[in-house]
Design a protein around this ligand. Structure first.
Ligand SMILES: NC(=O)c1ccc[n+]([C@@H]2O[C@H](COP(=O)([O-])OP(=O)(O)OC[C@H]3O[C@@H](n4cnc5c(N)ncnc54)[C@H](O)[C@@H]3O)[C@@H](O)[C@H]2O)c1
Ligand SMILES: [Zn+2]
Ligand SMILES: [Zn+2]
Length: 361
């Protein structure tokens, strides 16, 4: 029997989203039905609405969520009704060539639900990042549910499902930032600030936040930046070099997703330093760099899919740190809103007024 629930749908490129009644099937083999409790509004949802990801409209938006398992498919063993879970968008397969060589965070064949959620007229929906959680219930692959300590509040816990994990992991997993090192983070939205918080937890001694919005820089400072740079006023590459003894940072995280900030990140590294691209560009963007600089500066140019995380390893660990008061997930929740307020939340995000608006369902 299909479940009728309210959900946020993007029907057409560039058009405002609408709240519609959708149909969510009961879980089949390998699937789980989750009653969503909270879901953060991420920039990637807006990318979907803008047609920046692909053209598979209509999209069911929302992918940064926590909730309670309502039921599971017949063969699902390690998950049961009542489990408190964070949804992840990279449920690893365990058998592809990346998984088999011991790098499951790169899994090339991640799982989603097989059955389709649909509009009332039967039109299949494309769930954002294979989740679709601006909905009272959603259908996912069982592996997309990661059990965590139920004492965590869903509004905060859900944020680990995308932006916070991506930013944290970009600094810690992909960038390998460690004790005594320097890091610069370009773009201090939800993702960038999580990279800053991760660098602080990992023991980095110089943590530089760069943004074009002073409100974001104030948040960056609160979350652990030792220095901030307003790149409207000064050249961020020069400023980062000055703050790192004239050399550049050991790790630079690009958390905007634009060619000009990528170039800044490229040049703001120390020799043999690491650039981590976690910001997602659109398909039309291009970058031009002198090949000799790529060679001469050495180091690593890395992209960070989902912070190179393993949900089963990283979500419970970060929830434990949160419950111990060592990782302030609550600080990412700027406001809680209703399901009808997602379009307004996009505008607030666009105006830079929030780190995260979180839909409570
Ligand atoms: N790689 C992944 O797995 C992953 C996961 C989640 C999000 N993302 C991407 O990360 C990026 C950031 O997401 P977010 O949710 O933090 O978005 P956001 O809108 O909250 O933050 C972006 C920040 O960049 C700043 N900014 C814009 N232009 C700038 C410039 N020229 N120089 C410096 N700062 C600038 C903005 O002021 C804002 O603070 C997006 O591209 C998003 O799609 C990637
Ligand atoms: Zn795999
Ligand atoms: Zn996201």
């Amino acid at each position: 029997m299909a479940h009728e629930v309210r959900a946020v749908v993007a029907r057409e490129k560039g058009q405002p989203v609408s709240v519609e009644t959708i149909l969510v099937p009961d879980p089949g083999p390998g699937e789980a039905l989750v009653r969503v409790q909270a879901c953060g509004v991420c920039h990637t949802d807006l990318h979907y609405r803008e047609g920046g990801i692909n053209d598979d409209f209509p999209f069911l938006l929302g992918h940064e969520a926590a909730g309670v398992v309502e039921s599971v498919g017949p063969d699902v063993e390690d998950l049961a009704a009542g489990d408190f879970v964070i949804l992840n968008w990279r449920a690893v397969c365990g058998t592809c060539r990346a998984c088999r060589r011991g790098q499951p965070w790169y899994c090339f064949s991640t799982h989603n639900a097989t059955q389709k959620m649909t509009l009332a007229d039967g039109t299949a929906l494309s769930p954002a990042l294979g989740i679709g959680a601006f909905a009272q219930k959603t259908l996912v692959a069982a592996g997309q549910c990661t059990k965590v300590d139920p004492r965590a509040r869903p509004e905060a816990a859900g944020l680990l499902g995308c932006g916070v994990m991506a930013g944290f992991g970009a600094a810690v997993n992909t960038g390998g930032i460690g004790r005594g090192q320097s890091i610069a983070v370009i773009g201090c939205g939800g993702v960038g600030v999580a990279a800053i918080a991760g660098a602080k937890l990992a023991g980095a001694s110089t943590i530089i936040g760069v943004d074009i919005d002073p409100r974001k820089l104030a948040t960056a400072e609160r979350m652990g930046a030792t220095h901030t740079v307003d790149s409207r006023d000064v050249d961020p590459v020069e400023a980062i070099r000055e703050l790192t003894g004239g050399h550049g940072a050991d790790v630079v995280v690009e958390a905007v997703g634009r060619p000009e900030t990528y170039k800044q990140a490229f040049y703001a590294r120390d020799l043999a330093g690491t650039l981590v691209q976690v910001g997602v560009p659109t398909p039309d963007m291009r970058i031009e760099l002198p090949l000799i600089e790529l060679f001469g500066r050495g180091g690593a140019l890395r992209s960070s899919w989902y912070g190179d995380c393993l949900p089963s390893r990283d979500f419970p660990m970060l929830i434990d740190l949160y419950l111990q008061g060592r990782f302030d997930l609550d600080a990412f929740v700027s406001e809680t809103i209703g399901i009808d307020d997602v379009e307004a939340a996009f505008e607030k995000m666009h105006r830079g007024e929030v780190l995260r608006s979180v839909v409570v369902l």
